[in-house]
Design a protein around this ligand. Structure first.
Ligand SMILES: *Cc1c(COP(=O)(O)O)cnc(C)c1O
Length: 429
């Protein structure tokens, strides 16, 4: 499989090159040259397949012959080492729980898959290690740290803003050791992000083989389509149209859902639910793509002013706004509305939604008014414990600490404090 740059000013590359480079040389995102729908028989018999078998069928064309089938199957098995329950929250509305992985956020799947692909590509290169450099506002860093822990040939350097991530998130970043290093930046998330961007452009760091691990990387982005197949498998017997609502920030998750639809998965409609960072909802209203600086909210993993994957979505619809709007809606919600929804869901159904899932729920409820006979699914992208500072006071409850979190919370934090790009460079060496 070849991948082209969406800026159309860089050579086409293989899957391996796209994974190692992350971004094309013209700064465009990579996109697969050909997308071949899966056979109807696959969907007819999907309920007889395991999650691993489904994932293998969905992803294999994107990897091609660059990873042997047996190895790809092992990578998938290690990636999907936990459950993806579909929980009925109220009549006709389901929560697709993506938070049962090692760091209790949906990014575990993409991070685990990407790390193992990189390890495979590096297996014969004793000398040239890759360094994954990533800036995090909280959730990404933990998933990347855990996903890459102990993976041969890959060093991971995570930059996070000092004092701006939750205690649990900080422990997830700073306690693992081995090939994972945490840099505590004196600044805000944007400062971390700026340093990372600068490092990628810095010729003097070329020997470090820097790569990114956010959803611009195809190996982190594409495996996210698995979730939609798993939910379909569970709900198929009800024989109703499916509407999915994704709490969206960089739009990687929902973009992977649209890819699943391109492969033939029968999805009636997508909702991209956002917080007040509403660049996409505004675009759907007035046709103007006008990104704004991000605003801080209680659903902070979605505080993105210029969603990087939106360009991939536009590519899939060939910039045909009419066709796009038929399949896709996007609605934005304030923190007050989000808190109100969390309370209402808990009161009416006893279900604990964290702020991102609650935003997804709100967008879903709105869209379902237009789809009489449909079933709605919102993606619950993090465990409530990861946002306990919001969830506990809002619902007046105390959450038990899950084992995944207990295992890091008492470990000692190890980080290196930096306050300038020069210090980052010295650290990388
Ligand atoms: C990253 C993240 C999102 C947003 O996902 P995108 O793919 O960037 O749209 C939503 N919820 C949580 C908890 C996240 O960590």
């Amino acid at each position: 499989m070849k991948y082209y740059s969406l800026n159309h000013n860089a050579p086409k590359v293989s899957f391996q090159e796209a994974v190692i480079q992350g971004l094309a040389s013209d700064k465009g995102l990579y996109f697969p040259e050909i997308i071949t729908p899966l056979n109807a028989s696959f969907f007819d018999t999907i309920e007889n397949l395991s999650n691993e078998e489904i994932a293998f069928e969905a992803i294999k064309q994107f990897v091609g012959d660059e990873i042997p089938e047996t190895v790809l199957k092992e990578i998938i098995a290690e990636t999907l080492c936990f459950d993806f329950p579909v929980v009925e929250v109220e009549k006709g509305i389901y929560s697709l729980e993506l938070f049962h992985g090692p760091t209790m956020a949906f990014k575990d799947v993409g991070a685990r898959f990407m790390s193992r692909c990189l390890a495979y590509f590096n297996k014969d290169k004793a000398e040239s290690k890759n360094t994954v450099l990533v800036a995090t506002s909280g959730d990404t860093g933990g998933a990347v740290a855990s996903g890459f822990l102990g993976v041969d040939g890959v060093d991971v350097v995570i930059l996070y803003p000092s004092g701006k991530v939750s205690d649990i998130q900080e422990k997830q970043l700073t306690t693992l050791g081995q090939n994972i290093k945490a840099l505590e930046v004196d600044g805000v998330f944007d400062d971390c992000q700026d340093m990372v961007k600068k490092a990628f452009l810095d010729e003097s760091l070329a020997h470090k083989n820097l790569t990114s691990a956010n959803s611009i990387n195809i190996a982190r982005w594409l495996p996210q389509m698995f979730y939609f197949f798993f939910a379909y498998k569970t709900l198929k017997s009800q024989n109703k149209p499916l509407v999915f609502s994704c709490p969206s920030g960089n739009f990687g998750n929902i973009c992977a859902g649209i890819m699943a639809k391109k492969l033939g998965l029968p999805i009636e409609h997508f909702v991209a639910s956002t917080n007040v960072n509403d660049t996409v909802p505004r675009f759907l209203e007035n046709g103007k793509y006008d990104p704004k600086p991000s605003k801080a909210t209680i659903s902070n993993a979605m505080d993105v002013g210029n969603p990087s994957n939106f360009i991939r979505i536009q590519e899939m619809y060939q910039n045909d706004l009419k066709a796009f709007k038929k399949d896709f809606s996007s609605y934005s919600y304030t923190d007050e509305e989000t808190l109100e929804a969390m309370k209402q869901i808990y009161k009416a159904n006893g279900y604990i939604a964290e702020p991102h899932g609650a935003v997804g729920y709100l967008g879903l409820k709105k869209e379902l008014q237009k789809h009489n006979n449909a079933i709605g699914i919102f993606l619950e992208t993090a465990h409530p414990i990861k946002f306990l500072d919001v969830v506990e006071p809002a619902l007046g409850i105390t959450l038990p600490i899950p084992t995944q979190i207990k295992s890091v919370i008492n470990e000692e934090k190890v980080s290196v404090k930096i306050s300038s790009y020069e210090e980052l460079k010295d650290f990388l060496g």
